[in-house]
Design a protein around this ligand. Structure first.
Ligand code: PYC
Length: 335
């Protein structure tokens, strides 16, 4: 048998895709979701490649699958995957997967309205509003987020020298604020941002190789995402961003882990306070509502516990096969 069949439900969270695998995923070993993520990366990365890359997926594709929780007092576990790999945490993926899980009856929370969700980055507390079988919104309290470094410098082939901060919100983000050599994301097309991000991420990780390692989990390391900032489209929004991920993607959603990282950055600069609302706009103008729920620390580094609220819609039911005899079983990327 060379063919493996996967049942998937496709949705989008504020515009960005979420492909939830409901059948065909493997059993994973490990005492927590971080170890299960490592097991998946070692032995089952072909599933990610086959389902995320072209021709079955595309540059922005992301998704995941639910697992039994490692601690039975929690509701479930969630493993994320996308074109760039298996993220420790994904905000739009969480909102999409929870929406699909609830609307399709795949999740039965121990306490209605609340879900304790294990992710590779840590335990996430989720709440939601379900009305007439439809999920109106999903909100989650993310893992502790913090500003890792500020005022670093890097040279962009296109823009020249840029100053940036690095913050963690489930992934490490290089945040590029408006400055002399960068007027704002609204002056660039998505493809220009992609080209600039690709080079910058490579340079940043080369120049600062040991700098960005999570103090409590060294499997989370390196700058994986670039967050560009700029002027909002709506005057109701607090800020706008465009997040680069994978090799060719600009997040269509406002990016949950990026929003968490940016709130941590703002908080440490005195720009955002406890319980203040932070409406974050995406490249396409969709929004998440963020808030600092609590102040905390990670290994002595000041941190926040952010919450993110957003919505998702299901748009498709997909049975996808990966045939090992297909020359493109592991997909491909055109860069
Ligand atoms: O929402 O956290 C997020 C995310 C990460 C990459 C794309 N979206």
């Amino acid at each position: 048998m060379t063919k493996t069949t996967f049942s998937c439900i496709d949705a989008h969270t504020c515009g960005n895709p979420v492909r939830l695998i409901t059948k065909g995923f493997p059993e994973l070993k490990g005492k927590n979701m971080s170890e299960k993520r490592q097991h998946f990366i070692r032995e089952f990365d072909w599933i990610r490649k086959g389902l995320m890359f072209e021709p079955r997926g595309h540059d922005m594709m992301s998704g995941g699958f639910f697992l039994e929780p490692s601690d039975p007092s929690n509701d479930l576990g969630l493993l994320f995957m996308e074109t760039s790999g298996c993220l420790p945490m994904c905000g739009h993926g969480t909102i999409g997967a929870i929406t699909i899980g609830l609307e399709e009856g795949l999740i039965k929370p121990k306490t209605p309205g609340k879900i304790k969700l294990e992710t590779p980055a840590g335990l996430i507390h989720v709440s939601y509003c379900l009305k007439n079988g439809k999920v109106i919104w999903v909100k989650f309290n993310n893992i502790k987020s913090f500003l890792a470094k500020r005022d670093l410098k890097i040279n962009s082939d296109v823009l020249g020298e840029l100053v940036f901060d690095v913050a963690y919100g489930g992934n490490f983000y290089a945040i590029i604020d408006v400055q002399d050599n960068f007027e704002g994301l609204e002056f660039f097309s998505a493809s220009e941002l992609i080209t600039m991000s690709y080079q910058l991420r490579k340079e940043i990780n080369k120049r600062y190789p040991e700098e960005f390692i999570h103090p409590e989990n060294s499997t989370i390391n390196g700058v994986s995402h670039i967050l560009w900032t700029g002027k909002t489209i709506s005057d109701k929004s607090t800020a706008r961003n465009a997040v680069f991920y994978g090799d060719k993607a600009i997040d269509r959603s406002p990016c949950g882990t990026g929003t968490s990282a940016r709130m941590a950055q703002w908080h440490s600069k005195g720009l955002l306070h406890l319980k203040e609302e932070f409406i974050h706009e995406s490249f396409i103008g969709s929004t998440f509502v963020g808030k600092i729920e609590a102040i905390s620390s990670v290994n002595g580094i000041p941190a926040i516990i952010p919450s993110i609220q957003g919505w998702a819609r299901i748009y498709g039911y997909n049975t996808i096969t990966i045939d090992q005899e297909d020359p493109f079983a592991l997909g491909f990327q055109v860069i």
